[in-house]
Design a protein around this ligand. Structure first.
Ligand code: ATP
Ligand code: MG
Length: 629
């Protein structure tokens, strides 16, 4: 990157009601943060003490760059912390999961019920010959059985690899092969927008020539029940019949792998990230409890799918380790109408709501009249994850959904980090466009290529300087790829994102380093230009790319989706260029604007700029297996 990379920072901030802080787990962020980084081992050790272990650790952390061990020689089972602990701690009949299906069906499952089901399914897996260390692929719709399957694997020490139920056969096959999965757990079908989508036939196609797969477990939701091919296929509930009720948890070492999970594949082929039992549990427990500020009566709804890290950490492991009530839903945000999510918030008195900018921008596009039909007063905390939350989207979320009273947590983190890394702790001042400051225990910074911190207002690379408990331990079968993360920028963990800090230490994500635009020697983050475009009243969503230009380096092309009621045209193009110029200055103005109906996105809802660029330049699009249809 060139030297010149100044970012225009707007100093606007929102002060939450003082009562938020009075009641919060973290009352004094500055003090908690300072103590946590002065002695990270004491900080994380104290958190770990709140959880159940068969045997405590010798050391909290052993750091041998780039490899870290956390809670060395400690023994645990994460399922005991998500289930048994609550059974014996007074939450036996508390609701663990509320599920709402696409067809309006509902299920309410208490901690006791979940505990029973997990143990029986774990015994069912054992009866199929699954043992500690085996890889189990879970390819299911968003149903309670998906979570039961994950926890059952954890109980017996099998390493799960959850694959989002929207993927096609090729993506599924490559992941089954990479992990050498012994079992695939699936369902006959998922329901999306009222339509049945066949999953089992995709599995049939995917397992051809995958010699590792011994059994396929099928959840049969539909009537009449589909026939199974008895040589290798078994029914989800039949394997739970006739087994022991109890299933002793496998004693896991803190460093034993808990799961493999593939990244979203936004910037290139997805990476199989490996997380370890002990550190992952401590990191997700801590952030769920303190960042979402969870209290006993909360109902948390994270709209992600367990097939992504957000679902692993903030639907399954974090909230269950805390003992929370979670809502999960197979519904899509606009079916049968764009009020369905707000209706569910009203109906279930959801208090903590966690979603993605892509959903927020969709709701903005559709207009305020939808959320306004519902009573959203139960909401207490709002969260966002996955992409930069543009200031315009922040303000909309804060005002229209949070009614100006809920803290909005823009949480920056990755599949690799396992847990939240940067956000604004509930009760602290919020700055639209900024994710916020590092989570206690996390040392984040913005540096140049050599690892030297850049001054506030100057863009650079986002790095994490110290290991943390829920960091990935390796990339499955590709340890050299793991080492790259820790060796490209000094000895730091290079996140691959661009960022800028302000005078108060708040961090704004500027986009991916792969998507940086270099215009006349100036570096510009894609998110800066996109946020400037989205702040125009006509724009719902925008993506920008750089096109090689002999004079400027890159010239900027913008793809723009308009809000309802706005018409494309040359006049609007000029308005948009002027608007960006007023916001960011003359360097950042797009040379070309194209109005589009949709943008290419990953199945986790992230804009794939590399595809727009490949299309534009007539290049090979590379790996597109994670592209949404
Ligand atoms: P791949 O690594 O395969 O290209 P991916 O990076 O999209 O895919 P994830 O781990 O799902 O895979 O996403 C992490 C990335 O998402 C981050 O590196 C960042 O670019 C983006 N991201 C997540 N949360 C935020 C946020 N709050 N603000 C800005 N960007 C975010
Ligand atoms: Mg990534």
């Amino acid at each position: 990157m060139s030297e010149n990379f100044d970012v225009k920072l707007d100093g606007k901030s929102y002060l939450p009601d003082p009562s938020v802080k009075e009641d919060a787990w973290i009352k004094d962020y500055d003090k908690v943060y300072a103590e946590s980084v002065k002695d990270p081992e004491a900080h994380w050790g104290k958190v770990a003490e709140e959880l159940d272990w068969f045997k405590k650790w010798d050391r909290v952390r052993e750091w041998d760059h780039p490899y870290a061990k956390w809670f060395t020689n400690a023994k645990l089972n994460i399922s005991c912390n998500c289930l048994d602990r609550h059974i014996f701690d007074g939450r036996k009949n508390k609701v663990a999961l509320i599920w709402v299906g696409n067809d309006g069906k509902e299920e309410v499952i208490t901690y006791r019920q979940l505990y029973r089901e997990v143990m029986r399914f774990a015994n069912g897996l054992k009866s199929l010959g699954v043992v500690k260390g085996d890889r189990v692929c879970i390819y299911m719709p968003l149903v309670p059985e998906q979570i039961i399957a994950m926890l059952a694997c954890a109980r017996i020490g099998a390493v799960h690899s959850v694959i989002f139920g929207g993927f096609g056969a090729n993506a599924l096959r490559s992941r089954i092969k990479d992990a050498q999965a012994k079992i695939v757990i699936t369902a006959d079908a998922s329901l999306r927008r009222g339509k049945r989508l066949d999953l089992k036939s995709i599995v049939d196609e995917a397992v051809v020539n995958t010699s590792s797969v011994e059994k396929i477990v099928v959840l049969r939701r539909m009537t009449p029940a589909m026939e199974l091919f008895s040589e290798i296929e078994v029914d989800f509930y039949e394997i739970m019949e006739g087994v022991e009720k109890e299933c002793e948890p496998e004693v896991m070492d803190a460093e034993d792998p808990l799961f493999i999970l593939y990244t979203s594949g936004t910037t290139g082929p997805a990476k199989g990230i490996v997380h370890a039992c002990g550190g992952y549990m401590v990191g997700t427990y801590y952030t769920t409890k303190t960042m979402f500020d969870l209290k006993e009566g909360d109902v948390m709804w994270c709209t992600a799918d367990p097939g992504w890290i957000t679902g692993h950490s903030y639907i399954v492991y974090g909230p269950l380790a805390v003992g929370a009530t979670i809502l999960i839903s197979e519904t899509t945000p606009d079916y049968p109408d764009p009020g369905v999510w707000w209706d569910m918030i009203e109906d279930f008195d959801v208090t903590v709501f966690y979603t993605a900018p892509t959903a927020i921008r969709m709701f903005m596009k559709l207009g305020e009249e939808w959320p306004e039909k519902y009573n959203l007063s139960s909401l207490r905390i709002l969260g966002s994850v996955g992409e930069p939350l543009n200031p315009e989207a922040f303000e909309w979320y804060y005002r229209v959904i949070g009614k100006g009273k809920c803290p909005v947590l823009d949480t920056w983190w990755q599949t690799e980090t396992g847990m939240h890394m940067i956000t604004t702790v509930a009760g602290e001042p919020m700055k639209p466009g900024f994710a916020g400051r590092p989570v206690p225990g996390i040392v984040a910074d913005v540096v140049d290529e050599g690892g030297k911190p850049v001054p506030p207002g100057t863009g650079g690379f986002l790095v994490i300087k110290e290991p943390w408990p829920s960091m990935m331990r390796t990339v499955y079968n590709k340890d050299e790829r793991y080492r790259q993360y820790w060796t490209t920028i000094d000895n730091y963990y290079a996140a691959g994102d661009l960022a800028v800090k302000d005078e108060d230490g708040y961090i704004m994500i500027l986009g991916r380093s792969d998507d940086v635009l270099i215009v006349s020697g100036h570096n510009i983050g894609s998110a800066e230009v996109e946020s400037a475009l989205v702040s125009h009243e006509a724009v719902a969503e925008a993506a920008v790319i750089g096109k090689p230009d002999p004079l400027k380096g890159d010239s900027i092309k913008a793809f723009v989706i308009l809000r309802m009621g706005h018409k494309p045209g040359d006049k609007l193009k000029l308005d948009l260029v002027y608007h960006v110029r007023m916001n960011l200055g003359p360097i950042a103005i797009p040379s070309e604007i194209e109005f589009v109906e949709s943008l290419p996105k990953t199945r986790s809802g992230k804009i794939m700029r590399r595809l727009l660029k490949a299309q534009e330049l007539g290049m090979d699009p590379g790996d597109v297996s994670t592209l949404e249809d």
